[in-house]
Design a protein around this ligand. Sequence first.
Ligand SMILES: Cc1cc2nc3c(=O)[nH]c(=O)nc-3n(C[C@H](O)[C@H](O)[C@H](O)COP(=O)(O)O)c2cc1C
Length: 727
Amino acid sequence: MTISIWRYSHLALAVSSFVFIVLASVTGIILAFQPISEQMEPYNVADLDNITLAETVVVFQNTYPEIIDIKVDANDFVIATVFTEDGNDLSGYFNPKTAEFLGEELKPSPFFQWVTNFHRSLFLKSVGRFFVGLCSFLLCLIAVTGTILIVKRQRGVKRFFTKIINDDFNQYWHVILGRLSLLPIIIITVTGVYLSLEKFDALPETKTAHNIDYELLSETPKQDVSHFSIFTNTSLSEVKHIEFPFSSDVEDYFTVKLHDKDLLVNQFTGAILSEVNTPKVEVFSALSFNLHTGKGSILWSIILAVATANILFFVYSGFAMTLKRRKSRLKNKFKAEDAEIVILVGSENGSTINYANTFFKQLIKQNKKAFIAEMNAYTQYPNAKHLVVMTATYGQGDAPTNASQFFQKLNENTNTKDLKFSVVGFGSLAYPDFCQFAYDVDKKLQQMYTPILPIFTINDKSIDAFNQWVENWSEASGISVTIPQEHLTIQPKQLKKLKVISKTKTNVDNTFLITLKPKKHHQFTSGDLLAIYPKNDYRERLYSIGKVNGTMQLSIKLHENGLGSEFLHSAADGDKIKARLVKNSAFHFPKKTKQVFMIANGTGVAPFLGMLQQNKNIETHLYLGLRTQESFRLYQEQIKQLLFDGKLTKHHLALSRVGDKHYVQDFLKRDAKTVAKLLYNNGVIMICGSLAMHKSVMSVLEEIAVTYNNKPLSYYQNKQQIKSDCY
Ligand SMILES: Cc1cc2nc3c(=O)[nH]c(=O)nc-3n(C[C@H](O)[C@H](O)[C@H](O)COP(=O)(O)O)c2cc1C
């Protein structure tokens, strides 16, 4: 499939450097613990910002007859070499406030040294150093191309950190962790490149030379060291190193190295004899070293370790996504010009290709001359009778990358007007522009060819919906196709055991409530989904969970020959069933809002019954659409209790088979002003139930948003104020 230049660059860079990246990351994670272990040592005994150089020099001079030098290392440990009264030399860590000797200088751990050498050069000396530097550079480019991919995916720089919908584990965490570790990774890589350049002497020379006019050296006016203004005005945290005068000759002086300059100081008068600024290259080198290694900061070392561990996850998840995409490549038996049925696919992440391929393979199996291609490969099909377009939607209702040139190609290539077409849109109701690109394609094709079916949209890759379309298409085209479901479903993993606690009788609408309890403690909440496997095979049925008193309450409509509903209906109290928990974070009860309107029809009320139980102080309205008062009896007790407990503020029951026949959308129209106010005040609207109800509700909400608030509904959808889980 066509992939964008940015994704191609991102992938090519990762492929070309991945072995080095993995080695450098693993060793980098280990090395991040070195500064942490050093910082744990008890030698950081004083706040260096609050001690002047004068204080330290004086206390050392008062304690020891001779001092060679005093250093402050990256961990803020003070290291000195002195001679004691009895003429012995003493070297190691000292307390800068008292000049007390604290201990000998730490020797680098042989293990960390071994890992450091491997990290720097892979034991390959200059060649290894070169490759590690190059890999650092490539990793930086990977981070940059990754950033561009996120910007494109999020539809702009401003939306860089806005919410991401969890469609796919690898993709979701690749982006989430990528955003969080972007800055540390750029810092690690840029400083890594800098340190490599330094090792190869590729940076400008940085020699500093002092110039002293020995003629002007004077022992007067003599001052006590404690009054040297340069010493009293310099805190110890600014100092890297101070060398004491070798003798009491005026030609011998203090040599002071600060972070930003080198000074020579007259030992009698405190006058500055020479001052040279530290070259920028040296300042950057020190900064790069500290930033790259985490020296001196436990927090930064931890950030480095986490960011580096994330790099390993990016390698894994990036390749997993690529493999998934490659798996869904298109292979043909017939040429485009011979094909009678042409299937065109628009897909970014491969799942639509999987559906299209399955459909295509069934046609080939039935000896049909079928041809499959990406939408961008649209051309002339002289023998084609049927055109099927299956496409996902991305961006703001935009085309996936491999369909971006479809409209242009449509204009360039014409086929017979009799070509019968059908468009299948794959999308997600979690996005404001549900299947918009598919709608655009359908509209355009209607101007050129003959529709065999109205556009068909599929929410969240629903296999049931896809089968429904296949059935519709088979009927309309006269070409019978049945899809073996195992071709579309992935074998279930991580099944949990659940016990049936209770089950109600079916009511007038053939609906019942079933309560299940997980055998072990499993994390779930209202709005999550429960996938059951009635025949212990690939066939899965999903139900929305309401967490009621710690158990799972499902509302099920019993369908004739309904795989899932019959299975659950036949379960007796105490029976055990296996199921998979599907996190559905996009449909959890909001915590940070003041008002929530819940809109449901039929069994869609189940998650709301659980959410309302969790509610502490949010104003909630439940708009529930059912057929008759008798249908309501199933939920009546729970709703009464919720109202009584103040967890549900108001309840609006729309009965579609009684009296004037009401639907939830009618009540929303009635309460238009309150709904508009809720949207304006950042309240949340949650919708659960049938897709048909969802469509009607959305169009009423659109009207309300535009009329009262002068804003399109998409404005509120983008702010995550509309949450849907419909089927
Ligand atoms: C970044 C991103 C943006 C999306 N934007 C939309 C959208 O605007 N409208 C929509 O209906 N679906 C949207 N979707 C959902 C996809 O169209 C849907 O998951 C589709 O099944 C993916 O098909 P694919 O795996 O073939 O690319 C988006 C998904 C992602 C990851």
